[in-house]
Design a protein around this ligand. Structure first.
Ligand SMILES: [Fe+2]
Length: 597
């Protein structure tokens, strides 16, 4: 069976293709259109998926959309009408937006892809989140938690999933919390209040939180009331989801917390005002953690299961994830590499395959690499045409050479195989650097990422050495597979891992097993042989405002425009003249592999 999953029209569109129950490819529209967080109907992504599988749209058995668009339309309409006349400003915007594209998805899919309407299916939004989290995880029975801003009406669901020995699959979401009561929207409201971009910069709030104290925790708690059934509701008078097109907090919110941050002013953490914002971030972060830990603990008691699968955009909060793992009673916590809405493209396809069409259960490959492959020849051609030094070496020589350059303090653009599905670079489209000094962190922030100093960089470490450097609880290695947890750096290593240790001593570490990305694993080992520390700084291969690079040419263009010293893809290495060393056989044009570098 050939099933295409689509998520679109909200944030970060994507397409995924499933053949006989197994993903063949999946990619976010932004990686191909080159527009960050591209929310448009993902034509590039769909075309690439079909092309790379050699399929014609007519050969698809089903196209599955990741939410019930008419229900979502109903929610937007109902909310706007409830808030009328306060909502008169946002109402035309919401209706135009929804009527223009979102509500008539079946027609859009049918006309764009030329597939008959009978082949077009829909899943509940949170069912797609749940399927993405549960069906891709290596577990047969697990509790399921999903949490995001909002889908149709649900904002949080709990339930369980089972892959039975007879090949059948069950996903039962038994309870939900509905709009406007939403942990995701609560966090996004503070994201807006703190002057960051909603749906994009939530992780900056998490990063900023480490600089503050939860001094406003009691104030934040006034916004979120526990309910008798163990859930919560938002005190809606502090929010303005229905009426404001541009912000989501009310005048009463500003009365309570003080003036919002001006997004154009940098945060000065040494000033009282800067500290107020950091305290505010710490307070909402703590409330998010406490709420999720309690709900997860209740779910663990209720199900008695050792595994939890967690999906939805809230599952990108690595600090909360680590606390759920440590405190909820679950032994293992699975967060997929794309827990947000992009991942719903894959989730919707999986849900339809197992639950609608009753296809037999399948184990899925446990990695995030479903996007376009890198073409090293394209990199070599582009660099030569541009007059740059290009070297071609054998695989072992590339690893040794890059490790030597990293140990010498060079910054490396590292491209390998298929690109990641999801927001994080997990070793195939990464900028790598030595993790030891704060000066390296500052250089990356200044010359490449051009971003705020309070945001930490993440480390990647071999699975074999992870415990030496990081204080990982039971289940921590699994949670760190896709960089989904924030854990303490061991005290004795913090000064030698300064570029990747956050101000509170933590790191959002990726623990890399050899089988997931063998080339990066070999590089970590080679770097470890030289320095004694098989840890590298790993940040996504992009500059501010751009999506992560997909193809070799985009990597090359990024390399030329920022402070990356060395670029590696397959057997090809390109180095900027300023970083060239005379003693090494770097020549313009093709160089035969000598292995003696
Ligand atoms: Fe969502």
């Amino acid at each position: 069976m050939k099933i295409l999953g689509i998520s679109a029209h909200y944030h970060d569109s994507a397409a995924a293709l499933l053949v006989d129950g197994v993903p063949i490819c999946a990619v976010q529209e932004e990686r191909l259109s080159r527009r960050k967080n591209d929310a448009s109907f993902p034509m590039h992504a769909i075309e690439w998926c079909l092309d790379s599988a050699g399929l014609d749209p007519a050969e698809l058995d089903a196209v599955v959309y990741y939410e019930r668009s008419m229900l979502k339309f109903e929610r937007i309409l109902t909310s706007a009408l409830r808030a009328f006349p306060r909502s008169w400003r946002s109402f035309p915007h919401a209706i135009r937006n929804t009527l223009g594209e979102k509500a008539w998805v079946r027609g859009i899919i049918s006309s764009h892809l030329d597939v008959p309407r009978r082949k077009i299916f829909f899943t509940d939004h949170h069912a797609a989140h749940a399927a993405a989290a549960f069906l891709a995880a290596p577990t047969r029975r697990a509790a399921i938690l999903t949490a995001d801003g909002v889908g149709e009406w649900a904002t949080l669901t709990v339930g369980r999933g089972e892959r039975r020995s007879d090949g059948s699959t069950d996903i039962s979401l038994v309870r939900e919390i509905r709009f406007p009561h939403s942990l995701g929207l609560l966090y996004s409201t503070f994201t807006a209040y703190l002057g960051f971009a909603v749906n994009e910069d939530e992780y900056k709030v998490m990063g900023l939180a480490a600089y503050g104290r939860p001094a406003m925790y009691e104030m934040v708690r006034r916004l979120v009331r526990p309910t008798a059934d163990g859930a919560f509701e938002l005190a809606t008078e502090y929010f303005d989801f229905e009426t404001a097109a541009s912000r989501s907090y009310s005048a009463k919110f500003v009365e309570l917390f003080g003036p919002a941050r001006n997004p154009y002013e940098p945060i000065d953490l040494k000033s009282a005002e800067g500290q107020r914002f950091a305290d505010c971030a710490a307070s909402v972060q703590l409330l998010l953690e406490e709420t999720l830990v309690k709900m997860a603990a209740d779910l663990q008691r209720e199900t008695g299961l050792p595994d939890l699968c967690f999906g939805g955009g809230v599952a990108l909060n690595g600090v909360a994830n680590a606390r759920i793992l440590a405190e909820s009673g679950f032994e293992r916590l699975f967060v997929p590499p794309a827990p947000g809405d992009a991942g719903c493209a894959l989730g919707a396809a999986l849900y339809a395959d197992r639950l609608y069409f009753r296809s037999p259960d399948r184990d899925l490959p446990d990695h995030p690499f479903w996007g376009p492959e890198i073409d090293a020849g394209e990199l070599a051609r582009a660099a030569r045409e541009d007059g740059q030094a290009v070297a071609q070496l054998d695989a072992a020589a590339v690893v040794e050479e890059v490790a030597a350059e990293l140990a010498d303090g060079r910054i490396v653009g590292w491209m390998d195989g298929a690109c990641e599905f999801g927001p994080r670079a997990l070793g195939h489209r990464s900028i790598l650097a030595a993790p030891h000094s704060a000066a390296m962190r500052d250089r990356l922030n200044r010359d490449i990422k051009r971003r705020e100093e309070f945001r930490p960089f993440a480390p990647v470490v071999t699975a074999e050495a992870a415990d030496r450097f990081f204080d990982l609880p039971r289940g921590g290695v699994r949670l760190a597979r896709f960089m989904s947890g924030v854990f303490p750096v061991r005290q004795e290593w913090r000064s030698r891992l300064a570029a990747v240790t956050h101000v509170d001593g933590s790191a959002r570490v990726q623990v890399l097993e050899r089988d997931m990305a063998p080339r990066l694993h070999a590089l970590l080992e080679a770097y470890g042989r030289r320095t004694g520390i098989p840890v590298l700084l790993n940040t996504s291969f992009n500059v501010a405002g751009e999506p992560i690079v997909t193809r070799a040419l985009e990597g090359y263009s990024t390399f030329r425009r920022c402070g990356i010293d060395l670029l590696a893809a397959g057997p090809v290495l390109v180095r900027k003249p300023a970083a060239a060393k005379e003693a090494e056989p770097w020549l313009s044009g093709s160089v035969a592999a000598s292995g003696a570098v």
